[in-house]
Design a binder for this molecule. Structure first.
Ligand code: TXA
Ligand code: MG
Length: 333
């Protein structure tokens, strides 16, 4: 039996025996960091307020920021939220996969109020990763799972990265290797007549519009009244300065490059998100490379421009937040 006597989280392989023990721990209200196709999530029983409280406390997450409930199937999600035609079409097209839908809760929704921050909607998603899927199937109930990092830090895309961020605050991490997409799910609010992207991700506007042509684009200037409360908070911050320009390289500064070049010269370390200029490859590398540079102790990160189309929109949203997080906005200065 897995025991929780270590001060440091244990990294476990996804063997059938380990997964069934983790299922029992989850049902007892324990937390498990698990891989998904987007990023690692810190999973807990969505129906158990004590488990949900542990998630907020482990992550130091602001309590007003609601969580996404994860399900094994569309049918399981439909137990807790009211699907409409648009939601159903999007779910059919993209689930299992990196799409989160915000929908009205049913009156008898099993997800506890603590997880939804008192909202009458619920964000739901059916992940495609086989390990997440197995745990969800075994538990036969929704699991809430925010990204498995301390609030405000980079989202983790490996078990090791979870260990670095939350290792002293949680007990169990399932190792599923790297995350295929590397960037969090696209969130679409389908609770009102006009569906709108609240957080860009690897399911792009073009992909969504091919299924539902009325989907409205993510609007970064809507941030004063964001419908996804998490978009308000400090986010995606590497431990060093990050800028979206590449002039005047500084001592010890790294270049986060994109494309085949020519690349700006004079940087001590260069990591290329995609030398072929492939945006999906760049998204998959984004958090892993930022983390690698943070670990290497660089003095700063200068980022080359990334085309603001397709998944580039999601990449740029994360990079803008990372740049703003490190140097707080100084009004008037
Ligand atoms: O890819 C993902 O979505 C990952 C993996 C682990 O599934 N999870 C993730 O969760 O990114 P988190 O907690 O880091 O981000 C959830 C976002 C937050 O911005 C939150 O405010 C928003 O979803 N959200 C949750 N419930 C919402 C709701 N009812 N209405 C609007 N936004 C909501
Ligand atoms: Mg997060």
């Amino acid at each position: 039996m897995l025991t929780d006597t270590m001060h440091q989280a244990q990294i476990l392989l996804p063997t059938p025996d380990n997964l069934s023990q983790l299922q029992q721990l989850l049902l007892q209200g324990e937390l498990v960091a698990m891989p998904t196709e987007t990023v690692y999530g810190l999973a807990g029983d969505a129906t158990n307020p004590a488990a949900v409280a542990k998630i907020y406390s482990a992550k130091k997450r602001p309590p007003r920021n609601p969580l996404i409930a994860h399900y094994a199937s569309l049918e399981a999600a439909a137990v807790d939220v009211e699907f409409n035609d648009i939601a159903y079409r999007l779910a059919k097209a993209f689930w299992p996969g990196p799409l989160t839908l915000v929908l009205p809760q049913k009156p008898d929704c099993r997800v506890c109020d603590l997880a939804t921050a008192g909202l009458d909607t619920l964000a739901v998603r059916v992940p495609a990763h086989p390990i997440a899927h197995q745990l969800l199937t075994l538990c036969e109930r929704p699991l809430v799972a925010p990204s498995a990092n301390l609030s405000g830090q980079l989202s983790p895309v490996s078990a090791h990265q979870v260990l670095q961020s939350l290792g002293e605050r949680i007990s169990w991490i399932v190792d599923g290797g790297g995350c295929e997409k590397g960037i969090e799910s696209t969130i679409v609010d389908v609770s009102t007549d006009v569906p709108v992207i609240l957080r860009p991700g690897s399911i792009t506007l073009t992909m969504l519009r091919a299924v539902v042509d009325t989907v409205q684009d993510f609007n970064p200037t809507d941030m004063h009244f964001p419908k996804a409360p998490g978009m308000l908070y400090r986010h995606y911050a590497p431990a060093c300065r990050l800028r979206l320009t590449t002039d005047n390289p500084q001592t010890g500064e790294a270049l986060l490059a994109f494309g085949e070049g020519p690349l700006p010269q004079g940087f001590d370390i260069v990591l290329n998100l995609s030398s072929e200029g492939d945006l999906e490859e760049a998204a998959a590398h984004l958090f892993a490379y930022l983390y690698q540079l943070e670990q290497a102790g660089v003095s700063g990160i200068a980022v080359m421009p990334i085309p603001d189309v397709d998944v580039g929109v999601a990449i740029n949203e994360r990079l803008r937040k990372a740049a703003e997080s490190v140097i707080p906005a100084k009004a008037g200065i």
